[in-house]
Design a protein around this ligand. Structure first.
Ligand SMILES: [Zn+2]
Length: 341
């Protein structure tokens, strides 16, 4: 018997912390930190953990790694690319590798992984169980121009990223809208190791000259082989289209430019209430336009169909805001925080 317990990550956009008890082991799938400044996930229910498995290196999936001592100091498993992205303050003493795609074994527990199309090095994980298999999608997207999402294997129980709830806009539509909005100059903040290279490539292909901060320029060069023109606090002008690390203008080039007159900001990701981006949008000094890095409603339903899932747990979403997803999943929907898988 295997049991999944969501310590956090169900019911709203919050830290990913999922306990999987399987074959006598206690595995923690992701060890996220809070998205808000004052948010600190409760680890008291985790108990002693044998190993932590990471889906990717974003803060809501790894941000509590500095608290490993609270769960017995277990080893941490992640792909090599995810390991590379971990900030020094969150780097665990004991790190072991998971494949980007293929079979793996963690303390005797078998699993299969595949690329999740959301971040470089990001993976889904699938565990064989007596009830037909358990799949954790991690954050995933099937629309990213530069990142692959490998097909999800058949699984009776699926814990699925549903961060966008009922959203249906396609990335292609969003790229066209953002291209028009950014023409004439805009700062487009994005996270490190996320959609930056895609933004540079897609807006460039749409005819814009796109500049990038040094961090995003490095990432773009690594993924596409070509380096966009740079932008720094000294060289940036309001007439440039600039993709820069600092997703909510809390650090990096966006933080340096946010008080300067003339710069138009367009945010495109999750905006925490405690972030500068939230205040800028609320004050009418910036706008928000979507750029999908998570699945649309149709993508979630496609996963449920292709895996032949009998039970689907939509993660990172308040289902009261997603009535269409709720209705479409019908009897497959599970909202309980603990169930046999
Ligand atoms: Zn993510």
């Amino acid at each position: 018997m295997a049991r999944l317990t969501a310590l956090s990550g169900l019911g709203r956009k919050s830290a990913a912390l999922f306990l999987l008890e399987i074959e006598g082991r206690r595995l923690l799938l992701d060890m996220g930190g809070g998205l808000e400044v004052d948010e600190r996930p409760d680890l008291s229910q985790a108990g002693r953990i044998d190993a932590v498995l990471l889906s990717h290196a974003h803060v809501d999936h790894v941000g509590a790694l500095d608290r490993l001592a609270e769960i017995g100091g277990p080893p941490v498993y992640a792909t090599r690319e995810t390991q590379r992205q971990l900030p020094p303050a969150l780097r665990p003493a004991r790190l072991a590798s998971l494949p980007d795609r293929g079979s793996a074994e963690v303390l005797g527990v078998r699993l299969e992984t595949g690329r999740s199309g959301h971040a470089p090095g990001g993976i889904w994980m699938r565990f064989p169980t007596l009830r037909g298999g358990f799949l954790y999608t991690g954050d995933f997207s099937t629309e990213a121009p530069l990142l692959r999402c490998d097909p999800f294997p058949r699984s009776a129980t699926v814990l699925a990223d549903a961060s966008y709830g009922d959203r249906e806009d396609s990335l292609a539509y969003q790229i066209a809208a953002l291209t028009e909005a950014a023409r004439g100059g805009a700062v487009l903040p994005c996270p490190a190791d996320g959609r930056g290279p895609d933004m540079v490539a897609a807006l460039g292909a749409a005819g814009l000259t796109v500049h990038a901060c040094p961090h995003i320029a490095d990432e773009t060069e690594r993924h596409t082989g070509s380096r966009p023109p740079g932008a720094t606090p000294e060289t940036a002008t309001a007439a440039q289209v600039i993709v820069a690390d600092g997703p909510n203008a809390e650090h990096g080039l966006p933080a340096a430019l946010r008080e300067r007159p003339g710069f138009r900001f367009i945010f495109s990701g999750h905006v925490p209430r405690s972030s500068p981006a939230h205040a800028m949008i609320a004050g009418g000094h910036a706008r928000w336009m979507g750029w999908n890095v998570h699945p649309r409603l149709t993508d979630i339903l496609a996963v449920a169909a292709s895996t032949r899932a009998e039970r689907v747990l939509p993660a990172f979403v308040d289902l009261t805001t997603a009535p269409r997803l709720t209705a479409a999943l019908g009897p497959r929907l599970r909202q309980c925080t603990s169930l046999e898988v």
